[in-house]
Design a protein around this ligand. Sequence first.
Ligand code: ZN
Length: 439
Amino acid sequence: MKFLLSAVVAIAAFPFAVHAQDLDPNPIVLHAAHILDVAAGKVLSPGEVLIVGDRIREAGQQVQHPADAQIIDLGDTTLMPGLIDAHTHLFLHPGAEDLQTVEESVPQRVLQAAAAAKADLFAGFTSERDMGTEGAACADVAVRNAIDRGQIPGPRMRVACNAIDILGGHEDAIGYNPAQHVLSNADYANSAGEIVHVMREQRKGGADFTKIYETGQDVLIGDTFTTPYQYTEAELTAAVTEARRTGSKVAVHCTGEPGALFAAKAGVASIDHAYQLSPETMKLMREKQIYAVPTFAIVEYFSQHPIYSGQGARDQQELAYHAAEFKKQLAAGVPFAVGSDVGPFPHGTQAREFELMVQFGMSPADVLRSDLINGARLLDWADSIGQLKPGFYADIIAVRGDPIADISALRHVAFVMKEGAIVVRKKQAGAENNQQQKP
Ligand SMILES: [Zn+2]
């Protein structure tokens, strides 16, 4: 798997083993031509952020410059919060499908997941919600913990272990010799009691939240979209009740009705994919602040890189259908978060999702608020990530260009800081001051 990282230079000599504030307690001032005010949806000029240890002390057009501060001039870039991807798969890579659990060992997949985490972080994604390992059980917990301990580079993670699915359901390994008993990529649960049992097992294994497959195969003929639901409203309610008992959340893979209505009534945290949402579902989502996570990028990718004959045309049609429904969802006031479903397409390239959301009708300012403010809420880090505010984690990126004027600026990440440690600094980003770079 290629991560397209050749352009990345001047990586700080991996301050991962020890956090930056332990190596060097000196404050840092980042200076750039511009800064994004996410809540206001505005770019201001110039921009500065004062960082002490792993936290932001001050951010705005001008901040204090303490006498012992290291000043880093990032030149003609825009400072903004690190990006959030609310739908990732660190344990997937292009070309891997149902047989990944047969062909690849879990240790092999863990190593690939570590590389994926690094690629995502280097592309500016400092926080992610990983939507299931697809057959590697709770191996994502080890990856999340290694990142948190500073042992490997990667975004701060919310992880789900395996997703939960019915026997013979959307993520089961169907179509193989039954005598081989090819395992599902998800954990089986066929009743409310079994769902709760699996959730407790996953929680014991270290999961932060639960992912459930609520719909199966999608059929789109003309304008008629159908997909079978997998769990009843009562079963999803049992899952949400169990999650709430432990302060956790449930997210559903759900492309359409009636599964989406069951999920909204049950009170899930997000409906991912959400190609089709009925007026009643949209109203409930607005009232309960249930986020839709469109994941356009994956469908576009498969429309261009089909893995079976006919998939290109099918996914193109699905993307067009979803784009038309997305406009209705925007008009109905459905709240959104941004997730790309990266994994089946190369990690580190998922900024494409922002461009597609704009292309299909959302303003850049709203896409950024959906990603950073709603995403932080969805990941339960509303008070510590997603905005450049005093007391928040110093998860900061600098991009070339103005993302409000042209969202594709998010593809051009010149600088990445996570928790006060510099992860990426491309030569062009204030090259004149490279000698001041933190070791
Ligand atoms: Zn997914």
